[in-house]
Design a protein around this ligand. Structure first.
Ligand code: NDP
Length: 303
């Protein structure tokens, strides 16, 4: 076993703190933005679209718009009724594509059932695809070309980088194969880069022996959408855990009657790990950093 892995196994648990890491990265983005504008570049401008009034979507979009203000970006929030047709929404996206002042476009998912996510994503100008969901962005990422990386996997890479975790040669098990989290994360962790250079296994609902596979993991990325799915008996000593899940569960001790938990049984798993992200306060905050990094990059491309 290489020395790096031995060192990880005997190190005490460290929280991968999304709040502190995001604050550090946002400070850097703010500085870069001011410098870019001072050098004659255009102010980054993010346009966000929200359809309907899903409270979780409202919270996510609100926080993205607030972050734009914090970083010195311009922002536009477009709200549409749940009844908007797909054609009408696509027309709004095309208007943003044609607006030279807009650098980045994000459409908050999930969308109402009568609107196709794929049609919406495919309509966004790839040059403004700061969520990194467009086939052009994902195709370039797959080929190792410069592209807008999907915001959540990008945020996780920023987190690993910030904590100087060298993932070379590690076995990374990604649970979940969505186009926006699980699948791109497997691509990024297996690329010839650091973070990356890992041996990657992708798991999903049809995977057999999930527990045995997870027990071999140096890194587990949990992107399932099931509260506390990854339990203590699935994690080997010294593992690194990135918990993407955001699940609301009942909690009678809270005023609201609910609380957020991840896809990992944090309280019982944490002492086995060398590094673990909490929920809330982990990957979610890093996703916004990924989005903002992409938006600044888009503004640089458009200047
Ligand atoms: P999806 O629902 O699109 O994908 C979930 C994946 O989990 C699927 O690939 C599914 O497999 C797999 N899965 C479901 N059940 C099991 C099981 N029993 N065993 C193994 N795999 C299983 O979710 P997302 O990727 O969009 O999101 C995942 C979680 O992350 C959610 O909680 C979401 O809210 C959260 N999220 C958080 C973000 C953040 O910024 N922190 C950003 C985006 C999402 P199959 O393909 O076979 O159905």
């Amino acid at each position: 076993m290489c020395n790096k892995l031995i060192a990880y196994i005997f190190a005490p648990m460290q929280l991968l703190d999304g709040k502190a890491t995001a604050a550090h990265i946002k400070e850097q983005i703010k500085k870069d933005t001011a410098e870019h504008i001072a050098n004659g570049g255009k102010q980054p401008h993010l346009a966000a679209i929200i359809v309907g009034n899903n409270p979780a979507s409202e919270a996510y979009v609100g926080s993205k718009i607030r972050t734009c203000e914090e970083l010195g970006f311009g922002s536009t929030l477009l709200r549409f009724e749940e009844s908007i047709t797909e054609d009408e929404l696509l027309a709004e996206i095309r208007t943003l594509n044609d607006n030279a002042d807009v650098d980045g476009i994000l459409v908050q998912l999930p969308l109402p059932k009568h609107i196709s996510d794929d049609s919406v994503i495919n309509t966004i100008d790839p040059g403004k695809d700061v969520d990194g969901f467009h086939p052009v962005s994902q195709g370039k990422m797959l080929l190792g070309q410069k592209s807008y990386l999907p915001a959540t996997p990008y945020g996780m890479l920023l987190m690993l980088e910030h904590y100087k975790i060298d993932t070379t040669g590690m076995h990374c098990v990604v649970i979940g194969r969505s186009n926006i989290v699980g699948t791109p994360m497997t691509v990024l962790m297996s690329r010839n880069a650091n973070p990356g250079n890992a041996t990657v296994t992708i798991c999903h609902s049809r995977t057999k022996n999930l527990k045995e596979i997870c027990l071999q993991a140096d890194i587990i990325v949990a992107a399932i959408g099931r509260p506390k799915f990854v339990t203590e008996d699935m994690v080997k000593d010294g593992a690194i855990i990135l918990d993407v899940g955001i699940n609301r569960i009942d909690d009678a001790t809270r005023k609201s009657g609910t609380r957020l938990v991840g896809d990992v049984d944090f309280d019982n798993v944490k002492d086995k790990c060398n590094f673990i992200t909490p929920v809330p306060g982990g990957v979610g905050l890093m996703t916004i950093c990924g989005l903002m990094m992409n938006t600044l990059e888009a503004a640089k491309q458009h200047s």
